[in-house]
Every structure is written in C-alpha cells, then in structure tokens.
Design a protein around this ligand. Structure first.
Ligand SMILES: O=C(O)c1ccccc1NCC(=O)[C@H](O)[C@H](O)COP(=O)(O)O
Length: 219
C-alpha cells in the first residue's frame, strides 16, 4: 500500500523540482504572512503551474475568510485547501461546498482531550491532518517542528483518511507511521536547513525514508 507524502512550505523552484522529482504526492504552499514560508499569490501561482498534474497542490491558510479563500481558489486553483487554524466544523463544511475544492483540516494534538473533536471534523472534511499543538506564545499554529505523542492516535478508526505531521524527519517518519497507522505524512521543518529554507538533500532523504515504510503498511 502506498503512503501519501506531502512536502509543505515550498517556496522556490529548485526545491519544488526536487520534491516533484523525488516523487512527492502532495506539495504545500503557505499563505500566512507571519510564516517564514509565506508566499504571495502571483509567485505561488507560478510554482503551482510547475507542479500541476505531477503532484496534488495544497494551499495552507490559517483562519482565512471567504474573500481570501475565494481569491486563492480563483488565482491558484489548488486541489486542496489545508485549513490550519481554529476553523469550526461548520466553516469547513461551508468552505468545501462554496469553493468546490477538497479540504484537509489540521487538528492540533497535545493530549487525549484533543481527540474528542475529531469525529465532528471527520464528518465534514475530506482528510484530517494531525499536527502538534503549538505553544500559546507561538506566532503560528504549525510548521514548528514539534512532535506530539503519536500513541494518542493508536487504533484510531476514522471515516476519512488521515495524515500525521509535526516534527517529522527522515529519522522518525517510519516510527510515526508504524505507531499511528496514518495513510500519509507531512513535513516542513524536518526538510529545512534553517527556518523557511528547504534543503534538497533533506527532501530526498525524507521521501526515501517515507517510501521505505510502505512495506509496514497493512491497511
Ligand atoms: O509552515 C508554516 O509556517 C505554518 C504556518 C501556519 C500554520 C501551519 C504551518 N505549517 C504546517 C505545516 O507545514 C505542516 O502541515 C505540518 O504542520 C508540519 O510542520 P513541521 O512540524 O514543520 O514539519
């Protein structure tokens, strides 16, 4: 069975090419100005056209309003919107219907209590992405290279596919897949040599390591 591998926070042609040539299934672009990976829509659109048809295109936003999402969808035409803020399940359902784009909802995980809201979101999103909960003082809700306790997701049975993220890198991705049984993995910081600066060799190594876990997948 194949694992979905997403490389997030791409912002240069060189590193996008490396991700595509190495076989990434999804490539993510961040539209969130406080992020070191933020990319304006005209530049994003140019990169997206390079990726279209070769990998699924994901645009990540944080609590974006209807107007912003409408602009992103019209200008960039992504395959997916990744909602990485505190969007409600009702908002996820409404965006999905309004924009005709698949929606991946990121849910922050730190403790067992965070699992309670999962079914609400699984009922309306096309995919769930689990990420580490950002500390209160963080300037962004993700892309921090922080790991959560993967055992919290053990034996999770969801109606929709899910992916795991948060502090993944070539050295721990196999264990994350083994423990969570996730159908996909998502990485940003773990393939960077400095904040916001992707490293070609780290991207290659991550995708190689992720592919090597596929033999562990039984579902
Ligand atoms: O990348 C960012 O700067 C970012 C900003 C705001 C919300 C989410 C953000 N990133 C999320 C991701 O890149 C991934 O979906 C995931 O959280 C993995 O991040 P990392 O722990 O850096 O591998």
């Amino acid at each position: 069975m194949s694992l979905i591998v997403k490389i997030c926070g791409l912002s240069t042609r060189e590193t996008l090419d490396v991700a595509l040539d190495s076989g990434a299934d999804m490539v993510g672009f961040v539209f969130f100005p406080p992020s070191p990976r933020h990319i304006e829509l005209p530049a994003m659109s140019e990169l997206v056209e390079v990726a279209r048809g070769r990998a699924e295109i994901v645009v990540l936003t944080v609590n974006a309003d209807d107007q912003m999402l409408d602009q992103i969808v019209r200008q960039v035409r992504p395959d997916w919107l990744q909602l990485h803020g505190t969007e409600s399940a009702e908002a996820v359902a409404a965006f999905r219907q309004a924009f005709g784009v698949r929606v991946m909802k990121a849910l922050p995980i730190a403790a067992r209590g965070d699992l309670g809201r999962i079914p609400r979101y699984a009922a309306v999103a096309d995919r769930i992405l689990f990420d580490a909960r950002a500390p209160k003082e963080a300037t962004r809700p993700g892309g921090l290279g922080a790991v959560f306790d993967w055992h919290l997701l053990e034996n999770l049975d969801l109606a929709v596919p899910f992916m795991v993220s948060g502090g993944l890198h070539a050295g721990n991705v196999a264990e994350a897949v083994r423990v969570t049984g996730a159908g996909g993995v998502d990485v940003s910081s773990g393939v960077e040599r400095a904040s916001g600066i992707k490293d070609p060799e780290m991207i290659r190594a991550f995708i190689r390591a992720a592919r090597a876990t596929e033999e562990l997948m039984v579902r």
